[in-house]
Design a protein. Structure first.
Length: 370
């Protein structure tokens, strides 16, 4: 029996379904990804009151049921940390890539649960004036919601239930949907953009000194080896001016596939909250999170000459209260790379759930535009 505020909302007879539901709910609340549950599992989700049928598919949009399950899973120790651990401990490159992106987002959320100096979390690259202006700024993770024509910020603590939305993140599958999120994230904190756009993660921090927001674009890379060219590609994906861009055989300069949409995306980022003037024309920090292979130093120094400050998210940053958890994650990430990759099983082969879409299907994890 799963209840919320004293009211029984869900009754589940199959105990073996609980881990599947835990992964489903935790992934949904953190990334906004909805697993497509086929056959009898979809029927069960509807039967248990978590989903409803829409156009012959099980669609999950019952906030009270989700909150009830989140509360239940916290009590049963089926937490987001355990979800990430289970999904990193796999040779399936698709699941592992998704978990690694979420792992980085989770630790960034924990890092900025409370106001913290940017220089304590990020390692800035180059000696730009923008770096000097930002490094000693304290910042806090916030969500954004549009009220009228203005954005309203709300502090977010990932470990508390007091949130502006039960969904902390969104994973738009299309470019138009990503643009819509930038125009109004509706109280969610993280965006895992459509594959073609560029970064793996977009979120905002509020600077404590003046209440202005700093937009942050992050690229996550999980690979044993990383060439200078791949380092340069990974960094480029975090820049708004190169969204929807890629290099071709005949042209070594990135070419935008849709200049009109790229302009809309860049403008949406510029209008995304009241932005700081301390981080380039878009008030944005470009961040790359790479493990275990480091980024090429020359590629970093060259990219740092761009119009926005650039930083890396070093793995040595682990909060004292999270040190054991962080070391477990990194150990699993190392072990996973040493095992042969296997393709993700089809929905006929795996019992329970399959992911709605596969993010960036490469071993490097370098997504979107190149």
């Amino acid at each position: 029996m799963i209840e919320f505020s004293g009211v029984i909302l869900i009754s589940i007879a199959e105990s073996d379904l609980l881990p599947i539901l835990a992964d489903f709910v935790l992934e949904y609340t953190f990334t906004g990804k909805i697993r497509g549950l086929n056959g009898p599992r979809g029927d069960s989700m509807v039967e248990f009151g978590l989903s409803r049928f829409k156009k012959q598919a099980a669609q999950t949009d019952e906030p009270l049921a989700i909150l009830a399950l989140v509360t239940f899973f916290e009590r049963e120790k089926l937490t987001l940390a355990r979800y990430l651990t289970r999904n990193l401990d796999t040779s399936d490159v698709g699941f592992r890539g998704i978990a690694f992106e979420a792992f980085g987002a989770y630790h960034l959320a924990r890092a900025f649960d409370v106001p913290r100096l940017l220089s304590e979390v990020f390692e800035f690259v180059g000696g730009k004036r923008a770096n000097e202006r930002l490094q000693d700024e304290a910042a806090k993770l916030v969500t954004l919601e549009k009220v009228g024509d203005e954005f309203q910020t709300t502090p977010l603590q990932i470990k508390t239930r007091c949130r502006s939305s039960h969904v902390l993140g969104r994973s738009p599958s299309m470019v138009d949907d990503t643009l819509e999120w930038l125009q109004n994230p509706r109280g969610s904190a993280f965006c895992f953009p459509a594959n073609t756009i560029g970064p793996d993660l977009i979120f905002v921090l509020r600077l404590i000194s003046d209440d202005m927001v700093l937009r942050v674009c992050v690229q996550s890379i999980h690979t044993q080896t990383l060439s200078p060219q791949d380092s340069e590609k990974a960094i480029r994906t975090t820049g708004p001016s190169t969204f929807l861009s890629q290099k071709t055989k005949d042209n070594n300069s990135p070419t935008c596939s849709d200049p009109s949409m790229q302009e809309k995306l860049e403008q949406a980022i510029k209008n995304f909250g009241i932005g700081t003037k301390k981080a380039g024309r878009c008030g944005l920090l470009q961040v790359v999170f790479s493990h275990p292979s480091p980024l090429d130093s020359n590629a970093l120094e060259e990219a740092a000459k761009g119009s926005h400050p650039l930083a890396i998210f070093p793995i040595r940053f682990l909060e004292p209260r999270d040190s054991d958890l962080g070391q477990t994650f990194l150990s699993l990430a190392n072990l996973a790379l040493q095992r042969p990759d296997r393709k993700r099983m089809s929905s006929d082969e795996i019992e329970g759930a399959r992911l709605k879409r596969q993010r960036r299907g490469t071993d490097t994890g370098i997504g979107g535009s190149m």
